[in-house]
Design a binder for this molecule. Structure first.
Ligand code: PMV
Length: 350
């Protein structure tokens, strides 16, 4: 009998969207109502590390997240396991000399180097790492784009964490989701002075989950219909061009308009959903005042399904941007400058 324990590890980064994914046209397959685009943050600051192992002696599947056993019975996690096992089983059928890993229990151990419940897109890094770790364990020949189709079924935004740099998630139009996948717009090296400042306004778990927030928005917001028909397609095109040209002012304008449009749709649902709080709004005002003082756009804010703020800026403007934040939002404890890399992170806790 095969007594080997097979094992593989990987890390996956967090991504923060500058054109937002908000709305599912198929909730089961996580097919979106619109394409989206994100910037992948440095793994030196935010990442999930996952080890996948399997052995004939392992009973069932399990996932330990930050030292605690996690529920894996959900349809999304099960879909990822099923898809990856099917791919491995196909390899085993084609080559009978391969060990039958697809028939063994899977043990996953996952560790975030940032607070899981802080609303910092932990599900994106989490599912991307889970899928990549199992793909490594199974020695699958799939490309990152092909694996992004699997990760998408775990959490939509996770499909964008299979790549570094500037990443688009093309919504696709097939019913089976086989063309709804991530695509590299530009590597991080294309625009190496891009930075992201993370303002952790609250580390509390978000009030309305992205799944139910999206469901309510699709069902009740009229503004949302306008967003997916006209606003997002235009913003995707402008954003891709801004990235290709390294045009920060354009990049920043679309980023801020996108955040505003997404939160306006949330406010337009019935009943309304509010993710930003008063501190979030103070951060918006701070970015506006930074840009007004500079006489040009040097900082851009964006918010996801929670109150935390991400500010994009270029490294050469770091003294101005970081300095302004310490002034405007000063007196708040918890400042900590992160390591250099694709980003520099500063945390600000309430
Ligand atoms: O992947 P989910 O289901 O957690 O949804 C993410 C939604 C936003 O973070 C608000 C936007 C995005 O594109 O990441």
């Amino acid at each position: 009998a095969d007594t080997t324990v097979y094992r593989a590890s990987t890390t996956a980064p967090v991504n923060i969207a500058v054109v937002k994914y908000w709305g599912k046209r198929d909730p089961k397959l996580n097919l979106p109502t619109n394409s989206s685009l994100s910037v992948t943050l440095s793994q030196a600051d935010l990442r999930t590390l996952t080890t996948a192992s399997c052995a004939a002696a392992f009973g069932g599947d399990s996932l330990t997240l930050n030292g605690e056993l996690s529920d894996i019975s959900g349809a999304r996690t099960q879909a990822c396991f099923r898809e990856l096992r099917a791919r491995r089983a196909a390899l085993e059928a084609a080559d009978p000399s391969l060990p039958k890993l697809s028939a063994m229990g899977l043990k996953l151990v996952s560790e975030n180097n940032f607070p899981t419940a802080a609303g910092l897109a932990s599900s994106a890094a989490g599912f991307a790492a889970l899928v990549q770790a199992i793909a490594n364990l199974y020695e699958l020949p799939d490309t990152p784009a092909q694996l992004s189709i699997v990760a998408r079924q775990g959490s939509g935004s996770a499909c964008r964490s299979l790549f570094g740099g500037y990443v688009a998630w093309r919504m696709g139009d097939k019913e089976d989701g086989s063309d709804s996948m991530a695509d590299l717009v530009a590597p991080a090296s294309h625009w190496p002075n891009m930075r992201a400042l993370i303002l952790v306004v609250s580390a509390a778990k978000k009030g309305v989950s992205s799944t139910s927030g999206m469901q309510q928005t699709v069902a009740t917001s009229g503004l949302f219909q306008q967003r997916i028909a006209n606003i997002v397609p235009a913003n995707m095109a402008t954003m891709e061009e801004a990235i290709q040209r390294r045009d920060f002012a354009k990049f920043a304008e679309v980023t801020m308009r996108e955040s505003n449009s997404f939160h306006a749709c949330c406010a337009d649902t019935y009943p309304p959903i509010f993710y930003m709080n008063d501190i979030s709004k103070a951060a918006i005002r701070a970015v506006e005042s930074i840009n007004a003082k500079a006489g040009k756009t040097i900082a851009a804010y964006t918010f996801d399904a929670g109150p935390n703020c991400v500010v994009y800026y270029l490294d050469e403007e770091a003294p101005t941007v970081l300095g302004a934040f310490s002034g405007v939002l000063g007196g708040v404890t918890g400042w900590k400058e992160g390591s250099a890399g694709v980003k520099s992170s500063v945390r600000l806790e309430e």
